[in-house]
Design a protein around this ligand. Structure first.
Ligand SMILES: [Ca+2]
Ligand SMILES: [Ca+2]
Length: 412
C-alpha cells in the first residue's frame, strides 16, 4: 500500500527518475527506499519482456540514484541535530553545508538564518550541492514548498541589529555546480579596508565560480564593489528569476561583473545605487547575457541602469531600462564597450538595434506590465534561454503571440 501511495504522490518525479533526470527528483530518502523494490520488479519485467539486459541494469542503477536530503530548521531545538529529517533537522545552515554529501540537497525551513559573530564568515556553497529555501518544515517533496509564503532569509546582519557597519562582508559565497534557490539574501556589507576580496559582493561573492542562483531576492546589501552580487575572475553564474533591490555600492549597486559573463534572465534591478558607476549593473571586461530583465529607478553618477566599460559587450535582449537616473547615461553608459541590444525598451533612445523602442513601457509599481504596455508581445522568442518556462512571478513566460519585454509576462 505504501508503494502505491508513494508512486502516486511522486507523479512526474517518478517519470523523471525513469528518464534518469535526477535533478527533477523531489523526494526524501524514505520514499526512494520504498520505490526501490518497485524498480526491482520493473527491472525484472523489462528483463523478461525481451528488452536488453542493459535496460534492467539501468533501472536498478537508477533505483540507487537517489538524492539525499539534508534538513535545516532553525526552530528545531528539541531533538539531536543530524539533518536526516525535519524532526532532527540541523538548526544551523552552516552545519548542513559542512556535512552535506556531494550530490545532495539541503532543504531549509522558513525563518531568518544568520552567521556567527565574525564578519569574515559567510554561507559558503558547496560544489554539487543544491540549497533550497521556502519550506514550512514538514514537506516530503520539494515541489510542495512555497518560497513566497515561507520566507527564508539569509542575513549578514550580525552584531548590532540594523547597523550594517559590523555586518558580514558576504552573506553567501558561491561554488561551481552549486544551487541557491528560494532565499532572501540581505545585510551583507563588503567594505573591508585593505582586503580587496572583502570589498566585493555584499550579498553574494562568486570568485571563479559559477553557481546557479534562482528565485532569490538580494536586498539591502552593500559593498565597495557589487552590492547585491559580485562576479569576478571568469565566473559565469546562471541567475534566473531573481530580484535585486535596494543594494548599494561604489561600483555596481545591484551587480558587478569583472572578467565574468553571467547569464541573467527574468530578473529585476530596482532602487539600487552606485556612488560612481553602474547603479543596477556594472560590467567591466565582461560580456553577460541579459535577457528579459527590468531595470528601473536605479541611480549612479555614471550609468544609472547599466554601466559598461573596459571592453564589455553584454547582450541585452527583451529588457526594459526605464526611470533610471545618472549624471551621465541615465539608462546605459558605455565606455570602450559595445553591447548588442535587441527588442528592448530604453528610455531616451539613442541605442541602435532591431526592435529597440523608446516608448513608456507602462509599468505598474511592482514592475509588471499594464494591459496596454508597448512591451507586450514585442520580445524575441528565440532569445528566451532553453528551459525558461516561467516569468519572475511564476506565470508562463510566453503568453499571447510572443514573449514580452521585461521580467514579467502579461498574461493574456
Ligand atoms: Ca549589524
Ligand atoms: Ca506575450
Amino acid at each position: 500500500m505504501s508503494f502505491l501511495i508513494c508512486i502516486h504522490a511522486q507523479g512526474k518525479d517518478f517519470v523523471s527518475l525513469l528518464k534518469g533526470d535526477s535533478s527533477m527528483i523531489s523526494s526524501n530518502s524514505t520514499c526512494i527506499l520504498r520505490l526501490f523494490p518497485v524498480l526491482c520488479i520493473l527491472a525484472l519485467f523489462v528483463g523478461c519482456s525481451g528488452s536488453s539486459d542493459d535496460d534492467g541494469f539501468l533501472l536498478l542503477a537508477m533505483a540507487e540514484q537517489t538524492v539525499s536530503v539534508v534538513y535545516v530548521d532553525r526552530s528545531q531545538t528539541t531533538n539531536p541535530c543530524d539533518g536526516e529529517n525535519w524532526d532532527t533537522a540541523y538548526v544551523s545552515l552552516q552545519d548542513a553545508l559542512i556535512n552535506a554529501p556531494a550530490g545532495s540537497e539541503i532543504w531549509v525551513a522558513q525563518g531568518r538564518y544568520t552567521l556567527g559573530d565574525t564578519r569574515e564568515v559567510s554561507f559558503t556553497l558547496k560544489e554539487g550541492v543544491g540549497v533550497y529555501g521556502g519550506f514550512i518544515g514538514d514537506e516530503n517533496f520539494r515541489d510542495e514548498r512555497d518560497c513566497e509564503a515561507n520566507e527564508t532569509i539569509l542575513s549578514g546582519d550580525i552584531g548590532t541589529l540594523d547597523d550594517k557597519s559590523d555586518n558580514c562582508y558576504h552573506v553567501v559565497t558561491g561554488a561551481d555546480n552549486a544551487i541557491l534557490d528560494g532565499f532572501i539574501i540581505t545585510g551583507g556589507n563588503a567594505d573591508r579596508d585593505g582586503v580587496n576580496s572583502d570589498r566585493y559582493g555584499g550579498g553574494m561573492s562568486n570568485n571563479n565560480s559559477s553557481p546557479t542562483v534562482t528565485n532569490c531576492t538580494f536586498s539591502d546589501n552593500s559593498a565597495d564593489y557589487g552590492g547585491g552580487m559580485f562576479n569576478s575572475n571568469s565566473s559565469s553564474p546562471i541567475v534566473t528569476n531573481c530580484t535585486f533591490s535596494g543594494n548599494s555600492a561604489d561600483y555596481g549597486g545591484g551587480m558587478r561583473n569583472t572578467e565574468s559573463s553571467p547569464t541573467v534572465t527574468n530578473c529585476t534591478f530596482s532602487d539600487n545605487s552606485a556612488t560612481y558607476f553602474g547603479g543596477g549593473m556594472r560590467n567591466t571586461e565582461s560580456d553577460p547575457t541579459v535577457t528579459n530583465c527590468t531595470f528601473s529607478n536605479n541611480s549612479a553618477s555614471t550609468g544609472g541602469g547599466m554601466g559598461n566599460d573596459n571592453s564589455s559587450d553584454p547582450t541585452v535582449t527583451n529588457c526594459i531600462l526605464w526611470g533610471n537616473t545618472a549624471t551621465l547615461g541615465n539608462q546605459i553608459y558605455n565606455s570602450s564597450s559595445s553591447p548588442t541590444i535587441t527588442c528592448s525598451c530604453i528610455e531616451g533612445g539613442g541605442f541602435a538595434g532591431e526592435g529597440v523602442i523608446n516608448v513608456d513601457p507602462l509599468l505598474n509599481d511592482d514592475l509588471t506590465l499594464k494591459s496596454n504596455s508597448p512591451c507586450i508581445d514585442t520580445g524575441d522568442d528565440v532569445a528566451v534561454p532553453d528551459g525558461i518556462t516561467e516569468g519572475l512571478d511564476g506565470n508562463p513566460r510566453i503568453s499571447g503571440d510572443h514573449v514580452d519585454m521585461g521580467a514579467y509576462e502579461y498574461q493574456q
